[in-house]
Write a protein that binds this ligand. Sequence first.
Ligand SMILES: NC(=O)c1ccc[n+]([C@@H]2O[C@H](COP(=O)([O-])OP(=O)(O)OC[C@H]3O[C@@H](n4cnc5c(N)ncnc54)[C@H](O)[C@@H]3O)[C@@H](O)[C@H]2O)c1
Length: 436
Amino acid sequence: MRIAMIGGGYVGLVSGACFAEFGVDVALVEADPARLAALHAGRIPIYEPGLEHLVAENVAAGRLSFGADLTEAVRGVEAVFIAVGTPRGADGHADLSHVFAAVEQVAQALTGYAVIVTKSTVPVGTGRRLAERLRAVRPDLALDVASNPEFLREGSAINDFMRPDRVVIGTRSVRAQEVLRRLYRPLYLIEAPILLTDLETAELTKYAANAFLAMKVTFINEMADLCEKVGADVHDVARGIGLDGRIGRKFLHPGPGFGGSCFPKDTLALMHLAQDAGAPSRLVESVVAVNDARKAAMAERIIQACGGSVQGKQIAVLGLTFKPETDDMRDAPSIPIVTDLCAAGALVRAFDPVGAAQARKVLPQQVEYCRDVMDAATGSDAIVVITEWNEFRAMSPVKLSQAMRGRVVVDLRNIFDPVAMREAGFAYHGVGRPAA
Ligand SMILES: NC(=O)c1ccc[n+]([C@@H]2O[C@H](COP(=O)([O-])OP(=O)(O)OC[C@H]3O[C@@H](n4cnc5c(N)ncnc54)[C@H](O)[C@@H]3O)[C@@H](O)[C@H]2O)c1
């Protein structure tokens, strides 16, 4: 079986490599010359654990190839996956220009039947619009469109793809269903639930899933604020509610507000989609507003912890990416936090295990990037934890305090033990936990 994957980013590269691992021949098309050059040189242009090995193995086995030539890639394939970006558009709607441009090229290039599958997250109705466009451009071919949204998480993307909670396939075409069933056969064998739906349902399911998770995060963040006011511990509250099977324990970790490549743009897109459809979601609207306000308020929280001013103070920022185990900086909470701290006169010395190269593109120029935690901590007045990389958890409070000039720790992920921090002489500020 042969397929083409259009787009070699976090989703296209992982999906392409995993389908190749299933034994499928995958021709991956990437438009960005720098990303493509890296792939040709055997380097992975993004950070995703395990991906380098998986890609190398499948390239060596001759099942995975990379190129810029879409016409060549789609020759003789049974399915073309669209895995290009759908960023936030200027008005908050999803920007579908990459999707339509890619499908236009695919339509011109195809020589026979294929299913065009949107793996990108696209608003409800996109598949139908694509199908209309394909009919107009290629009336000679009976092409099908299917929606197959991707639910992988950066940082554990390969495992998520190989052992998904479910696969959603949205198409009523029996022929397209047959192609996709064959492609996903290894997952049928491990009994992953495969949901067959229509196009619209599959498209909405992806947005609904992200909005629900974003809502859980936002809920526990609000509970954390309340805990701080009333003297409760948000971790115990999260455990107390999360052990209820109806609620579940995941996505109940308080922090500086959600960021990343999906939740911010997808909640916003769903908000607009619902408004346009005449069924506005006040819940999703609130999630967007509460989260935006939270991210914007974090720098002030840090400034207050530093005595009301960071002018001339050296702040060690630990973690910049939107979550651990990725180099993705898209909509990371660190962006408004670091930008505001710099604007308030702080000297920011930051350390992130893999994110510095991406961070340099989006953070203020004056930020200094450090070799490791101790390099960042040395001589600093305060430490701010923004991303909960595992290697930060084991830091010795005593060693940190010996290296620092000041004694303030603002732990926006609650990775440190408040008691140990206070014993080491720190003024420790966590999220949603009472003063020890
Ligand atoms: N990143 C995630 O964790 C994640 C998870 C689930 C779903 N999604 C969705 O998947 C889609 C892709 O996300 P991503 O994070 O992989 O984006 P990305 O920006 O990392 O990758 C997209 C890639 O497509 C390439 N591209 C754009 N137009 C092209 C064209 N015409 N031909 C060839 N290549 C082209 C770009 O150069 C880029 O490398 C989005 O809709 C996103 O919402 C992302």
